[in-house]
Ligand binder design. Structure first.
Ligand SMILES: NC(=O)c1ccc[n+]([C@@H]2O[C@H](COP(=O)([O-])OP(=O)(O)OC[C@H]3O[C@@H](n4cnc5c(N)ncnc54)[C@H](OP(=O)(O)O)[C@@H]3O)[C@@H](O)[C@H]2O)c1
Length: 235
């Protein structure tokens, strides 16, 4: 996740505008380690979902028996998308796997429309709140062979993962841009644990003018403990 210096997770209607090219490079690099990259439908509706890794590192994935790019997973309880969303790259690119996970709440005609666009659809039982159960999503992905799942947002899904204690680590880029919009969503949009994040690493991107961006990597603190997270330093 990326945020402005004053905490906005969206700037000018998008998240792409917040980070520098170095940040964009780094998150493509993070994807190299992922089997699947998870998004909320809000990010697909507002931005787009294109999951490509760095060409120079794709060979590493191929040697490990993985496809060059991870699979993009979009969760939506409704599976309802406008014509404008169907025009986005997610529905047209074929260089990464594309899956939509939805609930029985979705209308069969909406599911059929997504399938007709060439995107696989899985229907999983909804959680108690009627949304996609993120725990069920992770079990489903594990059953299909995924070992590392990266979530790239948006804030609603990141917060839902945090509240369900399904986050192992949190990567946050803090840019030196200012947003000034108190109504803009933050990386975390609702109450979560009050335990401090546990630092793993912190890097500064500096130019001759000084610091431009800071990249934090944290272990996400869990009330119930965690049996699945990877040791610090291992990616
Ligand atoms: N700063 C960053 O790093 C970053 C990263 C990504 C995106 N963004 C920005 O964030 C904005 C979109 O974020 P958002 O928070 O509005 O949307 P989001 O988190 O991308 O998606 C939320 C939507 O996901 C669906 N959903 C299905 N199951 C869910 C569950 N268990 N929990 C939560 N949502 C579930 C719901 O859509 P249905 O109604 O279809 O079920 C829900 O409205 C965009 O402006 C984008 O630019 C920022």
């Amino acid at each position: 996740m990326v945020q402005t210096f004053d905490g906005q997770a969206v700037l000018g209607g998008s998240a792409w505008t917040i980070g520098t090219d170095v940040d964009h490079h780094l998150f493509r690099q993070l994807r190299v380690h992922a089997d699947a990259v998870l998004y909320g439908a809000g990010t697909l509706r507002t931005d787009d979902v294109v999951v490509t890794t760095l060409p120079a590192l794709q060979q590493r994935r191929i040697q490990r028996g993985q496809p060059p790019n991870p699979t993009a997973i979009v969760v939506t309880a409704t599976c309802r998308f406008s014509e404008q969303v169907f025009a986005k790259k997610f529905f047209h690119r074929t260089d990464f796997g594309r899956v939509i996970i939805t609930t029985p709440r979705a209308m069969p005609s909406d599911v059929a429309r997504v399938q007709a666009a060439g995107v696989r659809v899985h229907v999983l039982a909804a959680g108690g709140d009627g949304e996609v159960s993120l725990e069920a999503v992770l079990h489903h992905l594990a059953d299909t062979g995924a070992r590392r799942v990266l979530c790239e947002g948006g804030p609603t899904v990141t917060t839902a993962l945090a509240r369900a204690e399904l986050l192992d680590e949190l990567f946050v880029t803090v840019s030196t841009r200012l947003g000034g919009d108190p109504a803009s969503p933050r990386v975390i949009t609702g109450p979560v644990t009050d335990r401090p994040l546990e630092p793993i690493s912190e890097y500064h991107y500096r130019t001759e003018h000084g610091v431009r961006e800071v990249y934090f990597r944290f272990r996400y603190p869990k009330e119930r403990g965690d049996l699945r997270s990877t040791p610090a330093g291992q990616t």
